[in-house]
Ligand binder design. Structure first.
Ligand code: UD1
Length: 339
């Protein structure tokens, strides 16, 4: 049985990935500092899979704690690294928090991996590394444009650290550039837990439908798109989680072509904000209270992935639809509200 460490394993994407790893027969050890997650998620994972993952509460900015972790847990086959701060707006307010959390922890982890002879690493990246991309769909050879936030910059720097390190050490790393993750596990036992007012579209929609928010604001209907609202590539979190399993298997089989590889993880399809609202209303039989307001600063018109490289090389593709994502997100929201 291969033993995989998942940092940030109690978070939104991390918890879904732990479930898929366990379903595929991997042994999982979770590291999480609980700064943006709840310990309750551990029991929920266990109730889905019937297997309790090992858990260590560790802040990855503490290199000594990482050293102790690897003394205690040996024969690790690979690491999937989700633990990071991810709020774009907050990163503008608190850049050093983001550079410290997202970069220091990556460096410490890579240093301790080398000491302990661990070679396989999956990095949680984002389509934000492309900045304002020149053409759609975006493929992996599109250049990095100036990052639009310190958060985005930490993903660019993180990839550069991995590329440089993989050139001169035994590290084999894959960076997965996520488009817009949505949805929840079909059991509605795990899902996204936004703190405070959600910034992302889908949690704002579900909170509006359930009555926590009065109204959804649609940011701009004067974009150059068929209905005037902005277009994104929404990928179901379970499909996204499965991409990590494919990537880890690729590394474990040594099928990677270079020591550092990057893949877009999206559906390849773009939907406008109004299309998302309509799909939500249809699949869940709910009416959404929304109004059109001005554009949100920093938003781009259209963003969707060319996923052909991931489809071919990872033997993976998104299987769940936008409506699957919106139905599961709604089921999850209702389970939270009914607690
Ligand atoms: C944002 C992040 C991105 C991150 C992604 C994760 C920014 C600038 N980018 O992308 O780095 O990887 O989330 O999911 O924050 N919208 C509304 N009303 C709302 C909320 C959103 O109309 O209340 C619109 C937005 O204008 C956008 C679309 O919905 O057109 C999606 O927005 P959002 O979910 O915030 O994702 P992104 O901005 O694409």
């Amino acid at each position: 049985m291969k033993r995989i460490v998942v940092t940030g394993g109690l978070g939104f994407i991390g918890s879904h990935t732990v479930v898929e790893l366990q379903n595929e027969g991997f042994e999982v050890i979770i590291i999480d500092d609980l700064s943006n997650s709840s310990i309750e998620v551990l029991d929920r994972i266990t109730s889905i899979t019937g297997i309790a993952p090992a858990f260590e509460k560790i802040d990855l900015k503490n290199q000594g704690a990482i050293q102790n972790f690897f003394k205690k847990h040996q024969k690790i086959d690979g690491i999937i690294h989700f633990a990071a701060s991810k709020a774009v707006g907050e990163s503008v307010e608190k850049p050093l928090k983001y550079y410290h959390n997202n970069i220091s922890s990556l460096i410490y982890l890579l240093e301790e991996m080398a000491v302990n002879g661990i070679e396989h690493f999956i990095f949680s990246s984002s389509c934000t590394v492309y900045g304002k991309a020149d053409k759609m769909p975006i493929n992996e050879s599109a250049p990095f444009k100036t990052a639009t936030s310190p958060y985005g910059n930490t993903k660019q720097i993180g990839e550069e650290i991995l590329a440089d390190t993989a050139k001169v050490t035994d590290l084999r790393a894959i960076s997965l550039r996520y488009f817009n993750p949505i949805g929840a596990h079909e059991s509605a036992k795990i899902g996204e837990l936004p703190i405070g007012v959600p910034q992302n579209l889908i949690p704002f929609i579900t909170q509006t439908a359930v009555g926590v928010r009065d109204q959804l604001s649609v940011f701009g209907n004067d974009y150059d798109t068929p209905d005037g609202t902005a277009i994104r590539d929404y990928i179901h979190v379970v499909d996204l989680a499965k991409a990590h399993i494919s990537a880890m298997k690729r590394l474990l089989k040594h099928s990677n072509k270079t020591s550092f590889e990057v893949f877009n993880i999206g559906t390849g399809k773009g939907y406008s904000v109004l299309e998302v609202i309509k799909a939500f209303e249809e699949v869940n039989n709910e009416k959404l209270n929304y109004k059109i307001v001005g554009r949100r600063e920093g938003d781009v018109t259209t963003y969707y992935a060319d996923t052909s490289y991931a489809n071919d090389e990872l033997d993976w593709q998104a299987e769940l639809s936008l409506k699957d994502g919106l139905a599961s997100a709604w089921k999850w929201q209702q389970s939270l509200f009914n607690k």
